[in-house]
Design a protein around this ligand. Structure first.
Ligand code: NDP
Length: 247
C-alpha cells in the first residue's frame, strides 16, 4: 500500500485501459484521481466506478493534442485543488501500417496524440510544479519505442520520442525537485491489444520470458512506486513492465 492521501493526480486517457487502472490505483491509495479523456460518457462511467468504491475521482473532457484547451483545464484544476502532485501522460493511440503504405495523416495523428500530447500536458503542468517545487511526471512509453516493430514506425517514433523527451525534461526540472520518468509497457491486455489477431498474441507470448501478456494493474503498480516518495532519487529513467521481453 502507498499513501497518496491529499495528493492530486492527473491521468490522461484515464477513462479506459491502462489509464483507468492507474487512476483507480491512485484513488484506492487515497489520491484524488483526475481523469482527462475524450468521451464524456466513458469518463462518467470511470468516475462512477471509483466513486462507488468509496474513493475520489473527477473527470474532464480533454483532447491532449489541443494545447490551448489543455492549458485552460490544467489552470482550472490548479485553481480548484491548489496543487498538482503527479501527472501521468498515458493517452495514446496506434494507427498501424507498413511504412510504404502509411498515410501521412496516420503518421501525424499518432505523433500528435502520443508525443505532442505528452509535450502539451507536461508544459501545462510545469508552470505549477516548478513553482510548487515538487511533483512527479510519468510518461507511458512502450517497449516498441525501444526495440521498434514492423508496421508501427509512427508509434515507435512517437514512443522513442517520449523516452528522449523524458530525459531532457528530467534534466530541466530536477533543480526544482520535479521528477520525470518513463514506463515502457510490453504487451498488456487492453482494448488496444484486443484488436490484435490471436496468432499474433500467441507469438508475442512465446517471446515473453514470463510467457503471458501483462495486465493494466502491472503498469499501475509501477506508477504507484515511481510517483511515491520511495522513488525520490529516481529521475530520467525508463523502466520496462514487459515480462522480461527486453533485457
Ligand atoms: P486504450 O486505447 O485502451 O485507452 C487509451 C485511452 O486514451 C482511451 O480512453 C482513449 O480515448 C484516450 N485517448 C486517445 N486519444 C486521446 C486524446 N487525444 N486525448 C485524451 N485522451 C485520449 O489504450 P491502452 O490503455 O492500451 O494504452 C494506454 C497507454 O499505454 C498508451 O499510451 C499506449 O501507447 C501505452 N501502451 C499500451 C500497451 C498495451 O499493450 N496495451 C503497451 C505499451 C504501451 P478513446 O477510447 O475515446 O479514443
Amino acid at each position: 500500500m502507498f499513501n497518496f492521501e491529499d495528493k492530486v493526480v492527473i491521468v490522461t486517457g484515464g477513462a479506459r485501459g491502462i489509464g483507468f487502472a492507474i487512476a483507480n490505483s491512485f484513488a484506492k491509495n487515497g489520491a484524488t484521481a483526475i481523469i482527462l479523456d475524450l468521451n464524456q460518457d466513458v469518463i462518467d462511467d470511470a468516475v462512477k466506478k471509483i466513486d462507488d468504491a468509496g474513493n475520489k475521482a473527477v473527470g474532464f473532457v480533454a483532447d491532449v493534442t489541443n494545447s490551448e484547451s489543455v492549458k485552460a483545464i490544467f489552470k482550472d484544476i490548479f485553481k480548484q485543488f491548489g496543487k498538482i502532485d503527479a501527472l501521468i501522460n498515458n493517452a495514446g493511440i496506434t494507427k498501424d501500417g507498413l511504412l510504404m503504405k502509411m498515410k501521412e495523416s496516420d503518421w501525424q495523428m499518432v505523433i500528435d496524440v502520443n508525443l505532442k500530447g505528452t509535450f502539451n500536458c507536461t508544459q501545462a503542468v510545469s508552470r505549477f510544479m516548478l513553482k510548487q517545487r515538487f511533483g512527479s511526471i510519468l510518461n507511458i512509453a512502450s517497449v516498441i519505442g525501444i526495440m521498434g516493430n514492423a508496421g508501427q514506425s509512427n508509434y515507435a517514433a512517437s514512443k522513442g520520442g517520449v523516452i528522449a523527451f523524458t530525459k531532457s525534461v528530467a534534466k530541466e526540472f530536477a533543480p526544482r525537485n520535479v521528477r520525470v520518468n518513463s514506463i515502457a509497457p510490453g504487451f498488456i491486455q487492453t482494448e488496444m491489444t484486443e484488436k490484435l489477431p490471436k496468432e499474433v498474441v500467441d507469438n508475442y507470448a512465446k517471446a515473453i520470458p514470463l510467457s503471458r501478456m501483462g495486465v493494466a494493474e502491472d503498469v499501475a503498480d509501477l506508477c504507484m512506486f515511481l510517483a511515491s516518495q520511495k522513488a525520490n532519487y529516481i529521475t530520467g529513467q525508463t523502466i520496462n513492465v514487459d515480462g522480461g521481453l527486453i533485457m
